[in-house]
Ligand binder design. Structure first.
Ligand SMILES: NC(=O)c1ccc[n+]([C@@H]2O[C@H](COP(=O)([O-])OP(=O)(O)OC[C@H]3O[C@@H](n4cnc5c(N)ncnc54)[C@H](O)[C@@H]3O)[C@@H](O)[C@H]2O)c1
Length: 346
């Protein structure tokens, strides 16, 4: 059994983590949960039966979980992970993005390496069945060299998403805007799927709600082997989350993965088709929220890593750092109004 502690009992814990962990009750035991908000803490204690802590320092002083999970505001990921490493914990899973800057990500990875601690980044869309299928086709060379990728994220976030207990969403240092906080999944997948190295990135963003964080924007990323990727992001799709998609054109195929968060194959066209392609467009299960179903696969992969030493499927801190590097170039381009080189990807 892996003894696990969760820090932050908010939305992602409630909607995605607890369900995933309930399905993996033969591998994980939630021994402790922590939140500074007493109601959120009490609800999670009641649901899990775990010991509740109202402050992080007491949790670190009293518990030695095999895995600590950080589900707090993005700007708290690195500081809280450093504290866990200093307290001697050996495995820490961090919700996306790994950190808010490349410097912060590098310091964290160095500290974990020095202490012999494992870092994992929760970028669960990598496990979506259509994404896995596409990755296998790309790795088998079936798409040829990738030339074009278009990513669209058209989701719905009302003003209330940026207010009250959720006001950290409006804080550039705590959350970042739609590019950092929502599109990080898509930027990660662009790097993961393409296998190409980004050279230069450019973005423009807008602030419809007049907050410190952007709520819509677009950008272009050029890669070393000819791929040119473009993205269009908005938190202003009317009513509900409408589209999270990637369309890819290679020398030998065109594929579109869509739905609201990359859980459906909309187009699967290969110059040389195989019998298995016939099932690609079969209806898939659209998840209730854009969080999808991937947290289960994430936890399963981490259990395989911690219990059996099979870590290939568990997304490491170093993997999480890649999208942070791309985001840092994109942010620099927004400030300078010029394309910026993507440096230090690995
Ligand atoms: N992978 C995904 O698809 C996905 C989806 C949503 C959110 N997230 C990530 O999950 C993290 C949490 O997001 P959320 O939507 O659950 O936010 P939230 O605001 O709903 O929950 C965060 C919780 O952390 C608590 N908290 C704040 N400071 C704390 C501290 N020092 N110690 C203990 N608890 C503290 C808050 O009281 C709150 O209950 C963020 O990093 C976010 O980017 C990931």
């Amino acid at each position: 059994m892996i003894n696990l502690a969760i820090v932050g009992c908010g939305r992602v814990t409630r909607i995605a983590h607890l369900d995933a962990l309930a399905k993996l009750a033969d591998r994980y035991r939630i021994s402790a949960v922590c939140d500074i908000n007493p109601e959120a803490l009490a609800a999670t204690v009641e649901k899990t039966g775990a010991k509740g802590y109202g402050d992080y320092e007491s949790l670190l002083a009293n518990e030695q979980p095999d895995l600590l999970v950080l589900n707090v505001a993005n700007g708290l990921h690195a500081p809280l992970a450093h504290q866990a490493i200093e307290a001697g914990l050996k495995a820490i899973a961090i919700e996306k993005p790994l950190a808010m800057s490349l410097k912060e990500a590098d310091r964290l990875i160095e500290a974990a390496d020095r202490a012999g601690a494992k870092l994992f980044t929760i970028l669960q869309n990598r496990y979506n069945p259509p994404v896995r299928r596409l990755k296998a086709a790309i790795d088998a060379g079936r798409m040829g060299r990738l030339l074009s990728v278009q990513m669209n994220l058209f989701w719905h976030r009302e003003r209330s998403y940026y207010e009250g207990a959720l006001s950290w969403h409006a804080d550039a240092k705590m959350a970042g805007g739609v590019m950092t906080n929502q599109a990080v999944h898509y930027l990660d997948l662009l790097l993961y799927l393409s296998g190409q190295r980004p050279l230069e990135a450019y973005a423009q963003v807008g602030h419809r709600f007049k907050l410190a964080v952007e709520d819509y924007g677009a950008g272009v990323i050029a890669f070393d082997r000819g791929l040119i990727a473009a993205f269009n992001l908005s938190n202003h799709a009317p009513g509900f989350d409408r589209e999270g998609s990637m369309t890819l054109i290679g020398e030998k195929a065109m594929v579109k993965i869509g739905g609201k968060a990359l859980n459906r194959i909309d187009l699967w066209a290969f110059e040389a088709s195989l019998p298995e392609d016939e099932t690609a467009l079969e209806p898939s299960k659209e998840p209730p929220t854009v969080y999808g179903y991937g947290h289960f696969d994430f936890y399963r992969a981490v259990a395989d890593c911690l219990q059996n030493g099979q870590c290939a499927e568990a997304i490491s801190g170093r993997e999480g750092r890649r999208s942070v590097a791309l985001l840092s170039a994109l942010r620099a381009s927004i400030l300078t109004h010029k394309p910026q080189p993507v440096v230090h990807l690995d």
